[in-house]
Design a protein around this ligand. Sequence first.
Ligand SMILES: [Zn+2]
Length: 394
Amino acid sequence: MDRKKVIVQIFTGGFKNKEIKFNDIKCKLLELMEYIDIEKVIMGWNVDKELYIKTKKLLNKYSVELYLWLPCFSEIGLLEKSNLLIDYTGKEVKGYTLQEDENFEFYCPNNKENIENVKKIYSTYFSEIEFDGIFLDKIRYASFSNKLNGVFNCFCKDCLNIYEKNNIDKKSLIIEMNNVSNKVISNKDTPFGITEYINGKYKFKNKIWENFFEIKNQSIYNALVDISSYFKDKGLKIGIDTFSPFISYFTGQDLERLQEVADFIKPMMYRITKAPAGLPFEFEKLIDESVQENKEIVKQKFLDILGITEYEGDVYPIKFVLEEINFMTKNLTKDIYVGIEINKKEIIAPVTPKYISENILNINKTAVKGYVLSWDLLSAPKENIDEIIKWFRN
Ligand SMILES: [Zn+2]
């Protein structure tokens, strides 16, 4: 099997803050590039042009590509007036607070103004920089991290039109949603009455859920076709950031469909992260938000449906992650670079060399093209970087 490729991700801070010095980026990159081959660097999304221009110059010497890391349906409201998702009660969906420079506020993908904002931000702040490609992040609806109404949306004017055209009965949908949130479904059942998880998709007792999530998948795809063609016309290659299929389903990400617009896909397999996109975090939020009674019983039933046997509520089991990866390598034709954490943050990402090693040892056996060392090289401690060098040393 071919040697796995390595992509590195660097977080330069949100649109509005954080002072990152080029020298810090340079030191961290040189530390790695001295020993291992890096294929691309993904970097964003602070608007300080100089950082990217200098990094690009450095990377040219090593023939490494530079991709701009750009959020699409979140964060952009900090720079351009954007239209939030509207929940089933008619209220705007609130953000999730993780840190100052990310707002985790989500905007409706069916709203044209929101789509134009992504292009506008690129053309205003980044178009003069010679990027090789663009890495699209937050190409999704909110998740259960934004509470139940993070998923029970969108009911804006544009979305209601789409439901009508597609014969989705808005009234029945809202009744179902109210039932979940008002604990009417008292049960020892499964969340939303899920009956099956097969080929990256769920089946439900009430088919309205399937129709609802299918429309969300279609909406994200349609928006991505528009956004990606804008960037392709500028000669940029496209990478996309996605959830793992068992969670992505609930956020409007159908990977089989989305891959059409991308050159490569990075599923975030964050097995230990207790923040949005982290597998244990998103899983627990799904249970907490959608189940009111008998949580432990329902959780166990859901785990059974997923085929997960050794989850202790902490690190997500590698066995299940490998199943998700194998599903993707079999069904997707585009290159897959698995996102694995290398950064360390107290409590939310307690990443150790041992954990990194367990991921690589196992994922190396799959047919993926490589890894995206996530989600921030600048906050990866020396011991974690040393572990990476050990694995990928030339
Ligand atoms: Zn909407």
